[in-house]
Design a protein around this ligand. Structure first.
Ligand SMILES: Cc1ncc(COP(=O)(O)O)c(C=O)c1O
Length: 437
């Protein structure tokens, strides 16, 4: 549920060599806190498990795109799996070489394709024939050749939340195997793309090896089939999706995945790419929040806290369960409470029926396992600040993102002149503000 880099000292919760209550005092709440050591340990666990295999890790930037984490991962020799120009730019700015970047995404624009080609990324993970033709045309215009991998939808239903399953026939991702094979044949004929591989990603938070086995075996078979036709692919990108322990799940061990791919590789000359996101960073983060009020309502005890679904969307969006721990006051008698956020939505509940020591206004809680898809999905809904983020390494803590105040958003907005008869107010007039409509 929470990495060993978070631990208790004299009843207080610490991250590595730093007292979390001190961080909350210094930078306010809600506050994301990440452990650099926890991230490094996760990456090294995967590296060790796959030692000796021709494997490259491209971290799924969407899980947590912070530049500091990307830099840390770059230092660990990890590349990037990206889904937008913004993610590509982040990866490059953090020091990840374009040759270590794969670019997926279902709606790549011309501008994004151009950027990726100009940078010289490792490969495009292509979703459709139409996209393939577009990449070919743009590469031709730039005088380049684009390395492409076709994304296969293997029609495997992994046991995970409906909204994070991606490998079923009915999901919008990839092409069914027959159509993907056809698209690879097309890629082999097009002048400005080179088919280098096949891509696959069946979903996220998968805790069972079986769907990986089925899906991987299907794409290995496709590679063999294409080789039989004289189309030799050099790379298989097997995606991410490795689950973590939020509550009592038993995640698939990286060693088990490594054993599976070693068995499937069986002497083939193929390079493998994995795109873990959650598995590298989820357990490395907590979200600190303070109790604002206690409320008794219809026989329920509510703890109203200052973090909400705008800060951490996963409980509202995916019915996700996150551990909630007292940061201090851990030895008070326990009670059963619902921990709810401040956002005006009934769905803004961070945890139901939790056993927690009796807490009072001002007490601190840590929401666990939020390093992935936490801050990455935060918004300013209800005109709330976007939370600050802190990175801890040993006894050093650096605020790596300040809180974004509503004032900063308001400074970018303008009120058209026709609404008040005067000139448009900040930031100097809106585009097309030509008077009353
Ligand atoms: C194509 C692709 N690769 C990798 C990932 C990362 O998944 P996870 O964070 O579960 O490892 C995702 C997430 O949805 C994805 O869409």
């Amino acid at each position: 549920m929470i990495a060993e880099t978070f631990h208790r000292r004299d009843g207080r919760l610490w991250c590595e060599g730093v007292d979390l209550a001190d961080l909350a005092e210094r930078w306010g709440t809600p506050l994301y806190v990440y452990s650099a050591t926890a991230v490094r340990r996760r990456v090294r666990r995967f590296r060790t498990a796959f030692a000796g295999l021709p494997v490259r890790f491209c971290y799924a930037v969407k899980a947590n795109p912070h530049l500091a984490l990307l830099r840390l991962l770059a230092r660990e020799g990890v590349g990037a799996d990206t889904v937008s120009a913004g993610e590509i730019r982040r990866a490059v700015r953090a020091g990840i070489a374009p040759a270590d970047i794969v670019f997926a995404g279902v709606a790549k624009t011309d501008e994004e394709i151009r950027l990726a080609l100009e940078l010289g990324i490792l490969q495009f993970n292509v979703e459709s024939r139409e996209e393939l033709a577009r990449i070919d045309a743009i590469a031709g215009a730039l005088g380049r050749t684009a390395p492409v991998a076709l994304r296969v939808n293997p029609d495997v239903a992994a046991a995970t939340h409906d909204k994070i399953a991606t490998g079923r026939r009915t999901d919008k991702f990839g092409l069914p195997p027959e159509e993907a094979v056809d698209a690879v044949r097309l890629a082999a004929r097009l002048p400005h793309v080179t088919p280098v591989g096949i891509h696959l990603h069946i979903g996220s938070q998968i805790t069972d090896l079986a769907p990986f086995r089925t899906a991987y075996a299907r794409v290995f078979a496709l590679v063999d089939r294409l080789a039989g036709e004289g189309i030799r692919l050099r790379r298989l990108d097997l995606g991410g999706g490795f689950g973590v322990r939020y509550r009592d799940e038993e995640p698939v061990a990286p060693e088990a995945v490594a054993a599976l791919v070693a068995e499937l590789l069986a002497g083939r000359e193929l390079e493998l790419v994995f795109e873990p996101g959650r598995a590298f960073v989820a357990e490395a983060g907590v979200l600190l929040t303070r109790v604002v009020y206690r409320k008794e309502s219809a026989g329920r005890h509510l703890l109203v806290v200052d973090a909400g679904m705008n800060d951490l969307l996963r409980p509202a969006l995916y019915d996700a369960w996150h551990g909630i721990l007292p940061v201090t006051a851990a030895d008070a008698p326990e009670e059963t409470v619902d921990v709810v956020g401040p956002v005006c939505e009934s769905g803004d509940v961070l945890g139901r029926r939790r056993r927690l020591p009796q807490l009072a206004r001002g007490d601190l809680l840590a929401i666990a396992t939020v390093g992935a898809y936490g801050a990455a999905m935060a918004s300013t809904y209800n005109s709330r600040p976007r939370p600050a983020e802190v990175l801890v390494a040993g006894d050093r803590a650096v605020r790596i993102t300040p809180r974004r105040e509503p004032e900063e958003d308001m400074a970018r907005e303008c009120i058209p002149a026709w609404l008040d008869g005067a000139g448009a107010t900040s930031p100097g007039g809106g585009d097309g503000d030509g008077g009353p409509p």
